[in-house]
Write a protein that binds this ligand. Structure first.
Ligand code: PMV
Length: 340
């Protein structure tokens, strides 16, 4: 048994935007995905976590700072349950002492709005718990643990830069790794905050309905090609080829979502206006491509030299709508003198 340290651990972890998305699981208890996925960590969308273990095992305190108001709120029972699940998963695997915990968490972006706030939170949480117990673990194993947290895509927030999550055959080989560091390509993700509202259906519930869509087999057919093609486009840093694939992937995922049972409609009217604007900008020679996670917000993907132009056009055409600028970033980090 590892001794209990009551030192506060500070972790920061990025959200990630998937270029090839994860939608549907072939094993929900082990969180094994139907397909490989590929993402970039986001420099402007991060979650910070402060974790302190306590001797009193009854203490399960989680305070979340609201992005918009700065108010500190206690986690709801629905938010607490997956945190306790992660804690139990780790305690069991590493035979750790039972303990209570106190967590403070803050996001640099709205949560549950289709910007992967659960990925940044759970990747950070797994890392913080391990560090608090002084468990030293490989990055690969931490991605496996993050995969089994409240958000499968949390696995992709741990490694640096551009990250591939292999669907694998079983628990031990469904992991994520960096295929290129943040400096490999000057891609940007301009998140257009169409809606800061929290979504009603969490991804876990959504994944379980994916197979009911008639379009699910069509998506798998698309992915068989897209997964190879995107590797080539990425190798060549070919934004046109890359962008065409990621936009098709996002529309393919949302087509499944909109036709699964129960149906999931994440887009609103402005989402569609932005998709049309993206097409128009491309016709003017600006290489910008859209992708959308489980929410209404649109991620505009381009290269750094076009970012100012794109932000100016969006703020003129969509007044009052905020944007968040992101470059590729490192993955989860422990702040201070602890390290893996
Ligand atoms: O990681 P989860 O279980 O919250 O699922 C999220 C899946 C999407 O964000 C919709 C797509 C992806 O691959 O990030």
């Amino acid at each position: 048994m590892k001794p209990l340290s009551q030192e506060t651990v500070n972790v920061t972890s990025p959200a990630n935007i998937a270029f090839i998305k994860y939608w549907g699981q072939r094993d929900s208890s082990e969180v094994l995905p139907e397909n490989d996925s590929f993402s970039m960590n986001l420099s402007g969308c991060t979650t910070s976590i402060q974790l302190t273990l306590t001797e009193n095992i009854e203490t399960q305190e989680v305070k979340i700072r609201d992005y918009a108001t700065g108010a500190i709120n206690q986690a709801s029972p629905e938010e607490l349950a997956p945190i306790v699940h992660v804690f139990e998963l780790l305690r069991k695997k590493y035979s750790l002492h039972n303990a209570g915990f106190s967590i403070n968490s803050a996001n640099s972006f709205p949560k549950k709005a289709g910007i992967a706030s659960s990925a940044s939170f759970f990747s950070g949480l797994v890392t913080a718990f391990l560090a608090a117990y002084n468990v030293s673990e490989t990055e690969r194993e931490r991605t496996i643990l993050a995969r089994k947290s409240g958000s499968g895509s949390a696995a992709r927030s741990i490694p640096d830069g551009f990250v591939w999550w292999y669907k694998g055959n079983e628990d031990a080989d469904s992991y994520a790794e960096s295929i290129a560091g943040p400096d490999y390509w000057d891609l940007v993700d301009i998140v257009v905050l169409v809606s800061k509202e929290e979504k009603q259906t969490g991804s876990q519930k959504g994944h379980s309905g994916a197979h009911s869509s008639l379009l699910f087999p069509a998506r798998q057919f698309f992915l068989n090609h897209a997964i190879n093609d995107i590797k080539e486009a990425f190798r060549n840093r070919d934004i046109e080829h890359f962008g065409t694939i990621i936009e098709a992937d996002a529309v393919s995922m949302h087509s499944v979502m909109m036709t699964q049972d129960p149906q999931l409609f994440f887009w609103n009217g402005t989402t569609l206006d932005l998709l049309r604007t993206t097409l128009e900008l491309r016709s003017q020679g600006i290489p910008v491509y859209a992708t959308i996670d489980a929410g209404a917000n649109v991620h505009l993907i381009s290269t750094r030299s076009f970012s100012e132009k794109i932000i100016n056009i969006i703020s003129t055409r969509f007044p009052g709508i905020d944007t968040i600028y992101n470059e590729p970033s490192v993955g989860t980090r422990i702040i201070g003198n602890r390290n893996y």
